[in-house]
Design a protein around this ligand. Structure first.
Ligand code: DNO
Length: 357
């Protein structure tokens, strides 16, 4: 079973909860304390304010995306234990405020996180014009190859890292191998999992986007092999996955339907969007529908619906359409179209599987 959710960036998000309310199918809100400093614990009153606002608008607060993992944890340096402690404190706060909604949502609260060094998701163009005049996010390998994050005029659309922090991070990661990064992930998980188990929430690790190394930085959450290893090394059932179709699907090395099947029991949250692969490693994000990209959404939704537990899913990045401006990937209109399309696929998958047709 899948429940439709929608990401909301808080009070300053131009996409308001009132607007989201008018999309007929959305039950849960995906949110976080976005103004918190990375590595510092969240504040109860702030989180409580967000939860109350969400419930006052008729939604359930089902998913946290994300509690960021501080760079010291990914680097494994001497500050990591303090940062892990702060992460656990924020997680406990989320659990305290979200667990009461478990009965309504039908799933344990989900805590999303990622383990990408220095950059989160990465694109070279945030307004790539499609044939129909809409704009979308694109990753162009040719363009990436011309960029050097150490250049003084380095700007990556959407990622404004201050120069000093950026340089220091690049230096720190320069010699790190994927093995060491993986060990640091294990260290983190082994430290937090006992608390997560007791708190009554589950973890959802977001894959690297794109799922390969960029600028020489190690990136490890890329596909089947590493995930099999991770779930063997940390078998606790709270150690779960955020199944992001667009991240996994941006390389032909991943078969998204196979991944869904193999990791079904670990999938606690899904980001559903489509991508169109271009030459080399380049790709663009498209409308959610199957015909626009490389992912057969009907097949994926049908599969996920039949093999996962009750999970929240959300439309992921949308294009900018009908003249909308705003946070790249997170406007209202195309994500609303995506939500309605996914709702149709989910309803059909559910009725089909329970022979209610
Ligand atoms: C991009 C998002 C990611 C995601 C984090 C999870 O739009 O899917 O930024 O929230 O990687 O930690």
């Amino acid at each position: 079973m899948m429940t439709l959710s929608f990401r909301w960036y808080g009070y300053n998000d131009p996409v308001t909860l009132q607007a989201i309310r008018q999309i007929p199918v959305i039950k849960e809100i995906v949110f976080a304390q976005y103004d918190a400093k990375p590595g510092a614990p969240w504040e109860r009153s702030v989180l409580k304010g967000l939860v109350d606002t969400i419930t006052n608008h008729g939604f359930y607060p089902g998913v946290i995306e994300s509690i960021p993992v501080a760079e010291s944890i990914k680097l494994g340096n001497h500050n990591r234990d303090a940062a892990i402690e702060a992460w656990i404190a924020s997680m406990k706060l989320c659990a305290e405020l979200l667990v009461p909604f478990e009965e309504k949502t039908g799933h344990k609260p989900v805590i999303t996180y990622n383990f990408m060094p220095a950059f989160d998701w990465l694109r070279t163009n945030l307004a790539y014009t499609l044939a129909d005049g809409s704009t979308t996010l694109a990753y162009e390998q040719d363009r990436l190859d011309t960029l050097n994050p150490r250049d003084s005029d380095f700007v990556l659309p959407g990622w404004i890292v201050d120069r000093e922090t950026g340089e220091a991070l690049l230096d720190a990661y320069e010699t790190m191998t994927e093995e060491v990064l993986y060990d640091n992930l294990l260290y983190f998980l082994k430290a937090v999992v006992p608390y997560v188990e007791r708190a009554g929430v589950v973890l959802a690790l977001h894959p690297d986007d794109p799922p390969w190394s960029v600028f020489g930085l190690p990136r490890i959450i890329t596909g089947k092999t590493i995930l099999e290893r991770l779930f063997t090394d940390v078998p606790s059932p709270v150690n779960g996955l955020c199944f992001c179709s667009g991240s996994f699907g941006s390389t032909p090395h991943n078969n998204v339907y196979e991944l869904a099947e193999i990791f079904a029991s670990r999938i606690y949250f899904a980001h559903l969007r489509n991508v169109k692969l271009l030459h080399g490693k380049s790709f663009i994000e498209t409308s959610h529908v199957s015909e626009a990209g490389n992912i057969d959404m009907a097949k994926l939704v049908y599969k996920l619906n039949s093999i996962t537990g009750n999970i929240p899913v959300r439309p992921d990045h949308g294009r900018m359409i009908w003249g909308e401006t705003g946070k790249p990937g997170y406007g209202l209109y195309d994500r609303a179209l995506g939500a309605m399309y996914l709702a149709g696929l989910i309803e059909m998958a559910e009725k089909n599987s329970s022979a209610k047709l």
